[in-house]
Every structure is written in C-alpha cells, then in structure tokens.
Design a protein around this ligand. Structure first.
Ligand SMILES: *Cc1c(COP(=O)(O)O)cnc(C)c1O
Length: 476
C-alpha cells in the first residue's frame, strides 16, 4: 500500500480502469463523423462544475466516469461539418504521444534529455517545410498568438539594439504595419510588448483582400515624416475572414528596401505550402525574418501546438537568453545549451513536441498536403454551387479554404439578421457549424474547411439545410 504517495495503491485495478478509459476515448474518436456537430452542455450538467473543493479524493474510477460524461460536449471541431472560425479536426494518432507525454512528464524548458532532441528535430523539419535558412531557430508554443509575441519581441529588440530588454522602450515610437484583414493577435502582441496596439497600422486591402502595397508605402513615408520609427511589416498568409494571402514576395522586397523586419502570420495558411496547388501563392514566405503558424489547425495535430521560426538563431537568442545562476549551462543533465528557455518566455514547458513529431512520422507531409488540397477543392466546389443558386450570394472570392456567402431573403427582409439566425439555427440543430463574419458591411455565413474528415457531401448537406432554414424564416 502506497498510502503517502499519489501513486495507485492497486496497480491492477488502476490498469483495468485505464484500459476502460482508453476504450471510451477510442469509441469517441471512432464515432467522430456521426451524431450532431455540437451538443450544448445542458444547464443541469453545468452544475457539475459548481461543486465544493474536494477535501478527500474520490479515486480514479470516479474521475473516469466524470470525464466520460464530459466527452460528448466538445466544440464540435472533430466533426466533418464543423466549419466555424479556424479549427483543426485533430486525429486519433494523437492519443499515443499524449499518453507517453503523461507517462514521461518531461519538463522541456531545458537540460539534456530525450524530449529536447525531439523538439529540435521538429523545429528542423518545420524549417525545411517553410524553406527557412539553416541558421534559423524556433520554438514550439501553445499557438500562433504566443508565437507572434515571441517573433515581434525579436523584431523590436533587433530594432532597438536589444538595450530595450533592460531599458524598456525609453520613448521610442515604434510603428508596424499589417493589413486590415490581419488577425487580432497582432494588436494584442503590440499591447503586451509595450509598443501599444495603436502603433500597429492597419493598411487597406485591394479587392482580393490582400494588403495594398502602395498604401503600405505611403503609410511608412507618412510615419517617418512625423518622427515615428517604422520597424516591422506583418504579412498575412491566410486571413481569417476570407483566406487571403498577402503578396509575400512584394512585402519581402519592401522590407529589404526599407530595412524593416518582415514577420508572417501564417497560422493556417502557411501550412498550405505542403499542397502543390497552393504552394505558388506562398512565394516569398521563405524570405520572412520570422513566421508564426499552428500545428493544431490545418495540420490536424490535436490542441494545442503552434510554432515560431526566426531566420537567425543568433538574433532569437539575443531576445531571450540570460539565465539565473541556478540555471546555468553545465555538464551531464545540465548540458545541451542553448535550451528552449533561451528562445521564449516559458521556463517549465510540457512535451508538445512529441505529438507533432509523432504526427509527422505517422502521416508524412505528402498526406497532410493532400488534405489541404482537398479542402481547397471543397471550398471551390461550394462556391460554384453558391454562384449558380439564386437563393445565395457569394460575398468574397474564394482563394483558399474559406467561403463567405449569404442567403437572400427577398425584399423587405433584413439579410444580416436573417443570416445570423440561420447560423444560430444550424449550430443549434447540430447539422453543421459555420460561423459568421462581416464582409463589406454584409453579415456572412462563413465556412472554413480545415478538416480532413469533411467530404463533398457534407457541403451539400450544409447548403440544403441553409436553404431550408432560410426559406422557413423568410417565407421566401
Ligand atoms: C488562429 C489564428 C491566429 C491565432 O492563433 P492561435 O493558435 O489561436 O493562437 C492568428 N492568426 C490567424 C490568421 C489565425 O487564423
């Protein structure tokens, strides 16, 4: 009996319980294509999360039962007709590394052990995928939001000669540029890094929702003339609203000419470099100084995992290196410098790298690229069906994997309100889960396809249900 440790006192029954849990989880994964997309957590179930702090433990069987009860109430992104926001669908293989990571309980902030080598391997594979130079470095993080903070800090520190690490901005009036369609995590990073969200200039887009290069040039000149200090251009590879990819090659030329850092937000879009049909649209990506992207979106790794790549390991270290005396590099277990902690803000870190490494080994990049190509074909298919159907209006050109459209309710109908209701009813019915956005002032039903389970017939189901609900509400 192991009374004073947290280990099971009876490994036999623990093992039995664990095997049952595994089967329950596998049942869930095997059934990913069936049932409603989304089950709202019922009110009486919410009460389960308003309980007193446990004083005495209830044991692992109670935990298993409670977890099993929670399994049906996910976001729905494992289902083939989840089309909201930008969510990856995950994959069954992810369960192996999650189990192993729990068993190893590795702290991947540093030191010399297996997990460190796994992460280095993953970073080097990512470098190859994205065409970054040999002297690049990178770090696996929770997602693109965190990757962006790291990348922009390196850009900021390089511009201010890294003395800002000690002195702060000291009155420097830094400004950066991204398109009007860029993601909100960029302003958040500017805020967090003390640059201020207003210092991120939102540059207008052309009719294809790409950043307008002439407007960008004028904005840089205007800021320079008024004494501001431009330091950064951020290109978007795959915008959330419509999937637009900025002209990265043109941005790289401009950043070279102006001496500005080029960062690319490629959360999902940059991973389309694995698709032969999309790759040409990403030319110039390899010239960026930094890149942030996610494994948990279009690459289908289970949440959460993202990555930052910096084109120069030296510059990356200049922003984060510097350890206290109890962490200095040494011999034996303390060897292997630089450590992950020298490339980012976290010291203790989990073993996210393992699930990415396993995923790449299990499926290979060819298959991951094929899923991306398939999703783009599905978006094109959906947009063609919308174009020939007078019930619908396509609201933006389809460039990648995102389709924005609306149901037309006829005259005297408020189409914004109507389409908002349609999306709510689609979600509540469990048939499909698109989300909404606004395109040129019009409320759009937004369909994002970053899902290896989606079939062409799922898009037919979506359109048929949308038409049916639209007709019912508008009597049209
Ligand atoms: C999802 C997304 C982000 C934020 O990434 P997280 O992984 O959610 O932190 C940033 N930019 C774009 C274009 C995105 O799609």
């Amino acid at each position: 009996m192991a009374k004073d440790t947290l280990d099971p006192s009876d490994w036999e029954s623990f093992r039995l319980s664990a095997h049952t849990m595994l089967d329950q989880v596998l049942n869930k994964m095997e059934a990913a294509k069936t049932g409603p997309v989304w089950n709202k957590l019922p009110d009486e179930k919410k009460k389960d999360f308003d309980q007193p702090l446990p004083q005495k433990g209830l044991g692992v069987d109670v935990v298993r039962q409670k977890i099993t009860e929670l399994l049906p109430y996910g976001v729905g992104n494992t289902h083939p007709r989840f089309f909201g926001w930008v969510h990856g669908a995950g994959n069954a293989g992810g369960i192996f590394p999650e189990m192993a990571a729990a068993a190893m309980n590795a702290n991947v902030g540093g030191r010399d052990h297996g997990a460190i080598y796994v992460e280095k391997q993953v970073i080097d594979w990512c470098r190859q995928i994205m065409g970054f130079p040999l002297e690049s470095s990178g770090l696996i993080v929770s997602g693109t939001s965190m990757a962006t903070i790291i990348a922009i800090k390196v850009a900021r520190d390089q511009f201010l000669d890294t003395c800002c690490r000690e002195n702060g901005l000291a009155g420097a009036e830094l400004v950066g540029y991204a398109s009007e369609q860029s993601h909100s995590c960029l302003s958040r990073a500017f805020d967090i890094l003390g640059i201020g969200s207003k210092a991120l200039r939102k540059i207008p887009c052309d009719q294809n929702f790409q950043m307008d290069i002439d407007s960008l040039k004028s904005a840089i000149i205007k800021d320079r003339n008024s004494g501001k200090q431009p330091f950064l251009i951020i290109g978007t590879a795959g915008s959330v609203n419509v999937g637009a990819i900025d002209d990265l090659d043109a941005l790289a030329d401009l950043s070279l000419a102006e001496g500005l850092w080029l960062h690319v937000d490629g959360a999902f879009g940059s991973t389309a470099i694995l698709s032969e049909s999309i790759r040409p649209k990403l030319i110039g990506l390899e010239r960026a100084h930094s890149l942030a992207f996610d494994f948990h979106k279009w690459l289908q790794v289970n949440y959460d995992a993202g990555c930052v790549l910096i084109h120069s390991k030296e510059k990356h270290l200049q922003s984060f290196a510097g350890r206290a005396e109890y962490l200095v590099a040494g011999e034996a277990l303390a060897a292997g410098s630089p450590w992950p902690v020298d490339f980012g803000p976290e010291l203790s870190r989990g073993f996210r790298a393992l699930k990415v490494w396993s995923h790449l080994i299990e499926h290979g990049v060819e298959k991951l690229g094929a899923v991306i190509s398939k999703n783009c074909k599905q978006a094109a298919y959906l947009s063609e069906k919308i174009k020939v159907d007078p019930c619908f209006e396509l609201l933006a050109p389809v460039m990648l994997n995102i389709v924005c459209f609306r149901y037309l309710g006829g005259k005297d109908i408020d189409n914004n309100n109507l389409n908002r209701q349609i999306v709510r009813m689609l979600q509540e019915s469990g048939v499909a889960a698109p989300s909404t956005t606004t395109i040129n002032g019009k409320l759009a039903i937004r369909v994002n396809i970053t899902n290896h389970r989606t079939e062409f017939s799922d898009l037919d189901i979506l359109l048929n249900s949308t038409r049916k609900i639209g007709k019912e509400i508008s009597q049209h």
